[in-house]
Design a protein around this ligand. Sequence first.
Ligand code: CA
Ligand code: ZN
Length: 293
Amino acid sequence: MKILTRDKFVFAMGTSHEPVLKVDPGESLQIETEDCFSYLITEPDDSVEENVDFAKVNPATGPIFVNGAQPGDLLKVTIKNIEPDVQGVSIVMKGLGVLGHKVENSQVEIIPIKDGYAEFAGQKLACRPMIGVIGVAPAEGEVLNGTPGDHGGNMDTVDVCAGSTIYLPVFVEGAYFALGDAHAVMGNGEVCGTGVECRSVVDLTIDIDREHDWRIPVIETEDNFYFVGSGETLDRAVEKATDEAVAFLAETNKISWNTAYMLASLALNVIVSQAVNPLKTARVQLPKSLLKM
Ligand code: CA
Ligand code: ZN
């Protein structure tokens, strides 16, 4: 199994950095990820203002060149395990998150992660490790890792976790895959702008899918598909995710688009992934039990 260490990272998805690894479809990898603050906040008395360098946030390990991946394919990434570090960090700061305008003083919390729990504010929160940033190069230029989009990126979606398969549209030859920004635990929405931000070690396999023609990231779990839309507003994110989900439902079940649209309204769930990044992300949960596959 190939191992990629966390010192090989990029702050944007694109092709301007040479790939740090080349893999064949079907290969298993172990990838270390850095935390979203580049491990610059590790002690309780570290300060947001002094320690965080906002030019160095959301490092993603990579890019990885996937042999044979071509524009129009989907990269198929199956996450086997995410092992969080023994501690993580959460912060609040002025302007960050949905209530950032109400924050008067920054706060840093170093949060112990032990025996599957993160301990904070007198609570033992069951860890559900997830990856915030996972993506490929866009068709042109670069997208900073803080921003999500059709290429993936900072989707901050809790279903990007062990046991899930993530499908990402490929826009350039080799895909230029990268990932980082693990959270030991995070709530839907990520309202203050941080989860339990931590380093992690991720076991995954990378493959190529040519069966589907999705144009946005899709997550497959044992029981559901999640169509992940990102846009300027949550409205736009919901629209993008719903559009793809309804098209897939109509095509798979061989029903009209109108019927699929109505069925979606009855049986699909829209869930906010994150409401705090430069583009917002929502997902539509499509239970596999609805599909006539
Ligand atoms: Ca994030
Ligand atoms: Zn994060």
